[in-house]
Design a protein around this ligand. Structure first.
Ligand code: GLN
Length: 472
């Protein structure tokens, strides 16, 4: 297991050297990739010295000095937190998010804050105020979004692990496009305290890694009940054990459903790669059956109606008065309007305006209330499937990464790329993406879903796929 071996190597080799090499790589190559907005070099170097001392005494935490990059919508005390926006260009976070606290306690080294689509609104990493992130596999292509820098910094080798957030696919999409592992935990498993909210009923932070073990390791550390986020639940914190104890034999006990709707309109090359992996799992003994998710076709309109509504409410705090960019005016209305006009990007403005419109008293019944009802129908679809199956399998993205700039002025084509990822968020269940091949030299991700709080099943599925793809 790659991440496990890395930790073992660090206990016999120099951690300072390891962190030094990462920093050197970033300084050499990130001008091109643009995966970081803020680096944490001095602090990372100092931490590596401190943690090295702990390693020498054998008292280091579970992360043992691994380098971790953090999406820039998660608060790391004393570091700039921009959310990829001019609105928060100079904002310094005054405290650590709960998950950052947990990472620091286990001796993870925060190497920097990652580029992202502005306020996490986007699917390709090109809407950041700090410029687009490029895909390390081919810099002419998008890395996926919105956690673009998290996935790209990992794929480029600048970090050992990363943290992103997923509201409608923002971990799984860039994981798929950059060829790394990404995991969207069940709603409530990981604390959102210190995450700048985009759509509070859909989202949460989650890990990126180079293998299933790395995902499980971060999940053990960041999951669990947090009094500061009342939707959180207890966690078993035994995810690394699940992965370590996985036996080839376990594949035979997996009941996996595949929904034909997940393959409609999907690029033929992607489809063939995923179908090939499905037959591989089947030949190794997993039970695979076809099922139907009849309401999945409504997922995009439902998701965007909910997102616009919750997002416009979440953004109301960015008026420039308490913090962030501020431009005055003759009165409060003009001041807020000037502030927002000059600091928010086009996609953010679009969502604030649409969200305000659809939640107006006279229109609410027409769209928002209907969307909430239809959201329950999607939840029911998944419930029915997980009554009989452990996992649901399919592609993560319907297409390969596209060229930078290709979809930026076409919001509908950008939204449609989320078709396979948003329903997991609507249902609050867990889902993952992992690299299983490539087409035209670009990575292809396979997506697994499991029922809410069934992360152990999901990790078993990921491990089964990882082994089926020749992983160690
Ligand atoms: N692409 C989706 C959107 O733009 C998902 C974003 C996310 O998960 N943060 O809303």
């Amino acid at each position: 297991m790659f991440t496990k071996d890395l930790i073992e190597d660090l206990s016999s080799n120099s951690l300072e050297e390891h962190i030094h090499k990462k920093i050197e790589e970033i300084q050499k190559k990130d001008k091109e990739i643009n995966s970081f907005i803020t680096l944490n070099i001095e602090d990372a170097q100092n931490s590596s010295k401190e943690i090295q001392k702990k390693i020498d005494k054998g008292i280091q935490g579970k992360l043992s000095g691994l380098a971790i990059s953090i999406k820039d919508n998660i608060a790391v005390s004393k570091l700039r937190m921009t959310c990829g926006s001019k609105v928060l260009e100079n904002y310094i976070a005054p405290y650590d998010a709960t998950i950052i606290n947990s990472i620091k306690k286990e001796d993870g080294i925060i190497i920097g804050k990652c580029n992202m689509d502005e306020f996490a609104c986007g699917s390709d990493g090109t809407s950041s105020y700090f410029g687009p992130t490029k895909n390390p596999r081919n810099i002419d292509y998008v890395p996926g979004g919105s956690s673009s820098g998290s996935a790209a910094s990992l794929a480029a080798g600048f970090t050992d692990l990363s943290i992103g957030s997923d509201t409608g696919g923002s971990i799984r999409c860039p994981a798929s496009f950059c060829g790394v592992y990404g995991f969207k935990p069940s709603y409530g498993l990981v604390s959102r305290y210190g995450l700048s909210d985009m759509a509070m009923s859909l989202e949460g932070p989650g890990p990126f890694a180079k293998d299933t073990y790395g995902i499980a390791l971060l999940l053990d550390i960041i999951s669990g009940k947090d009094p500061r986020d009342t939707v959180t639940v207890e966690s078993s914190k035994s995810y690394t054990k699940t992965v370590e104890n996985f036996k080839d034999q376990d594949i035979k006990n997996l009941k996996i459903a595949y929904a034909k709707e997940f393959f409609e309109g999907v690029d033929e090359k992607i489809k063939n790669i995923i179908l090939d992996k499905i037959s591989k799992l089947e030949s190794e003994g997993a039970k695979i059956e076809e099922v139907s998710l009849p309401n999945i076709k409504y997922a995009i309109p439902i998701y965007y109606l909910v997102v616009f509504s919750e997002f416009s409410s979440a953004m109301s705090k960015f008026d420039g008065f308490k913090y962030g960019h501020y431009v005055g005016g003759q009165d409060i209305v003009e001041a807020v309007s000037n502030t927002r006009e000059t600091s928010m990007g086009i996609e953010v403005k679009r969502r604030v305006l649409l969200g305000t419109f659809i939640t107006m008293e006279e229109f609410r019944g027409r769209w928002y209330t209907k969307a909430l009802k239809a959201r329950s129908a999607i939840k029911e679809d998944f419930k029915r499937i997980f009554n009989s199956y452990d996992l649901l399998i399919g592609p993560t993205m319907p297409t390969l990464p596209w060229k930078i700039g290709e979809r930026i002025s076409d919001p509908l084509s950008m939204y449609s790329s989320d078709i396979l990822t948003v329903s997991a968020n609507l249902a609050g269940i867990c889902a993952s993406s992992q690299p299983v091949g490539e087409a035209k030299g670009l990575p292809v991700g396979l997506q697994l879903h499991a029922d809410s709080l069934c992360e152990s099943k999901l990790l078993k599925g990921m491990r089964a796929v990882e082994l089926a793809c020749g992983g160690i």
